[in-house]
Ligand binder design. Structure first.
Ligand code: GAL
Length: 696
């Protein structure tokens, strides 16, 4: 394994000692030259080690098609370097300048309704436009050649949040590229016709040229056409990423390349499991959802990002010190949340903690978005909290480079199932794939059991328990893999609307859950989705919502864990479990929510001999993660509550808070350095008597 720290992890440009990187997007082009000196002085005061520069600077770098003005950026790069601050340099292609869209309006994206997305905002470019690609690559080449040898250059930042505003483009360029993509997938038109089920509603194609993106239609567009368009749209942006990356690699083969993902909330158009292998290191942006579920959502996203990075350190490219500007109501962070949220990402493997943005804008659409240096200036509570965070991250330098220690439970996360399960013309439009996955994550948190949120292609052998919520699309290879997993002693739990269709979104016939019917040992004859707000009772004391199933056929060896006691299916099975050798396959036919999932989770965890590694008082009140480097490991305990939590009983040296007490503050995070437990993949973490030493 290569143990050299990546460039962005060097504590300063002049040292190779690793530490956690700290910084922000830096947009000096919004400010006069004199402000830059104030900026770098304040960055030094805060302990900033790296900034992302040039993200929206295309118009300033290339003011006309034939003019280049790099001098100001030279100055910025030199200034940052002179102050020991490294640069994650953007390729600046995120937002095309007015001269380009005026000369080439054909690069502008088109909505599903055929409306043009005009300039005036940002990211107004078609992912498949050859014209845009040509201009973008010319810019990339110019920047890369100019700064190839610059000592501040630590990483390349391709574009910005690819797909944030322009992922679904229905233009003629998109139509052309979609056809090309389909030809590669199906080779022959009859195969496409079969896959898309075009005998339905007289949709049979006789020529590739007849095929269009799923533009606004008179009735539900063909579901497989929609699903393929989602696959294609993710691929089209991935192609753009690759084009910039490949060019950068020819010019600066030694500079690592990334692009900032958006593993957060309901953003789902980019299949990041498929993208993760395209970058030299994974970077993510995350914005806390206000309200009680926000922290769990953050932790879930950070967890998945860490698994996309395959346990290696990743880069938190953006989050917020306070309020954002793009929700209906933008509330600031509450006391303690700035530090907590930053460390919650570190807990899941982030080795860089960066914000949008360094200095809060005075003009433009984001002037009410928080930043590290707010409108109020240096003498502000927010800036003091930023400085504190910088100091905390310095104390956590030993964590840099430590890998995430795998958990014993995996939650399978599958982008194609996410897309397909939420398409239109389904039994219910209320189903939310990610909400069900989050419920399981929260249920495991409440049990005090660590879980990994893993892409569905992840090898499962190391996990005694695998939860696969709404695993809707099950190609034969996935079905086989799950069957082998259970046959070799694994405990699989899955839910309603799983196993239903193949990769073409065709029903797997013979009764639901199609591809998983044999493994689960049951047959569902009819779905019974519930109206919004309706619930049904189960005889294990829990309550279901959203969905029920009419389970008709149960295999001889399938047991019933709970039955419905109310509703149309009262008396019928609601949760089943089929033992298979030392393993088992469990099915949950309704939405139970985090608390309702506990009984079935407890049965599964007990069967798999998986236990919480936490002292009883902390279980369910903290998120527990472990990062490991050689003979040392770091326990992160993130307080999930607004109350103090007793964490007494955990052996080790407290890194954060220094000389910390045995009680975790409300919204607090503790980081404890301990001797590594080498007892194997995710074995229960032994709780040892307390002996807390102060760390130096
Ligand atoms: C991100 C974007 C940043 C900034 C930020 C505000 O989507 O990458 O440039 O707009 O949101 O929250």
């Amino acid at each position: 394994m290569d143990t050299t720290p990546p460039r962005w992890l060097r504590r300063t440009a002049s040292t190779s000692a690793p530490g956690l990187a700290f910084g922000a997007d830096y947009n000096p082009e919004q400010w006069p030259r004199a402000t830059w000196d104030e900026d770098v002085a304040a960055m030094r005061a805060a302990g900033v080690t790296i900034v992302s520069v040039g993200i929206f600077a295309w118009a300033r770098l290339q003011p006309t098609a034939d003019t280049w003005t790099f001098e100001w950026l030279d100055d910025v790069m030199d200034l940052l370097h002179a102050n020991g601050i490294a640069v994650d340099l953007a390729t600046a292609t995120a937002s095309p300048p007015p001269w380009l869209t005026a000369a080439h309006p054909e690069i502008l994206p088109v909505t599903v309704r055929g409306e043009t997305m005009w300039p005036g905002g940002r990211q107004h470019w078609r992912p498949t436009s050859p014209v845009f690609r040509r201009y973008a690559l010319a810019l990339v080449a110019a920047i890369a050649n100019r700064y190839a040898g610059h000592p501040a250059l630590a990483a390349w930042h391709v574009s910005n949040e690819l797909g944030c505003h322009n992922v679904y483009d229905y233009s003629d360029d998109a139509a052309h590229a979609f056809r090309g993509w389909l030809r590669q997938r199906y080779h022959r038109l009859d195969r496409l016709n079969d896959a898309w089920g075009t005998s339905f509603w007289s949709q049979r194609y006789s020529d590739w040229a007849e095929i269009l993106p799923p533009r606004l239609a008179a009735a539900h567009p063909n579901p497989t056409q929609q699903l393929d368009f989602k696959r294609f749209s993710s691929d089209a942006l991935k192609e753009h990423l690759r084009a910039e990356r490949d060019l950068l690699r020819t010019i600066t083969p030694d500079v690592p390349i990334t692009t900032n993902f958006m593993v957060m909330g309901e953003t789902n158009a980019m299949d990041y499991a498929d993208w993760a292998g395209e970058v030299d290191f994974v970077a993510n942006d995350h914005y806390l959802e206000p309200g009680p579920g926000g922290l769990s959502e953050l932790l879930f996203s950070a967890n998945l990002t860490g698994m996309l990075a395959q346990g290696r350190p990743w880069f938190l490219m953006e989050h917020a010190t306070g309020a954002v500007n793009w929700r209906p109501v933008n509330v600031p962070k509450r006391d303690g949340e700035l530090l907590r949220d930053a460390l919650a990402h570190v807990a899941h493997g982030a080795d860089a903690v960066c914000f949008f943005q360094w200095r809060q804008s005075a003009a433009g659409a984001e002037k009410y978005h928080s930043a590290m240096l707010p409108h109020a200036g240096l003498d502000s509570d927010l800036f003091r909290r930023v400085v504190d965070l910088g100091a905390t991250l310095r104390a956590l330098a030993p964590v840099a480079g430590a890998r995430r220690r795998p958990a014993e439970v995996a939650i399978l996360f599958d982008w194609v199932s996410w897309w397909a399960s939420e398409q239109d013309s389904h039994p219910t439009s209320l189903l939310r794939y990610r909400s069900e996955a989050l419920d399981w994550y929260r249920a495991l948190q409440r049990a005090g059991v660590r879980a990994d949120v893993v892409p569905s292609s992840t090898p499962l052998d190391g996990y005694p328990v695998v939860v696969a919520p709404i695993l809707h699309v099950v190609p034969a290879a996935l079905t086989d893999r799950l069957a082998r997993y259970v046959a070799s002693g694994g405990h699989l739990v899955t839910t309603y609307f799983s196993g239903i269709v193949d990769e073409n979104d065709h029903i797997i016939p013979g009764g639901y859950p199609g591809g998983l019917r044999a493994l689960l040992g049951l047959r569902v004859d009819e779905f019974g989705p519930l109206p919004d707000g309706a619930t049904v009772a189960l005889d294990n004391g829990t309550e279901g919502s959203l969905w029920t199933d009419r389970i008709d056929g149960l295999a001889d060896d399938t047991g019933i864990l709970a039955r419905y006691t109310t509703g149309e299916y009262a008396g019928r099975a609601a949760i089943t479990r089929r033992p298979v050798g030392r393993g088992s396959a469990t099915y949950v036919s309704t939405r139970l929510g985090p608390d309702g999932l506990r009984p079935v989770l407890d049965i599964t965890l007990a069967a798999a001999d998986v236990h919480s590694g936490l002292p009883a008082a902390a279980r369910g009140r903290v998120e527990h993660t472990v990062r490991q480097a050689g003979d040392e490991e770091f326990w992160f305990l993130v307080n999930l509550t607004d109350e103090p939590v007793d964490i007494d009983g955990i052996d080790g040296a407290m890194l954060v808070p220094p000389h910390g007490p045995a009680v975790l503050a409300p919204r607090g995070v503790a980081v404890i350095q301990r001797a590594a437990d080498h007892s194997g993949h995710g074995k229960p973490d032994p709780v040892r008597p307390v002996s807390r030493q102060a760390s130096g």
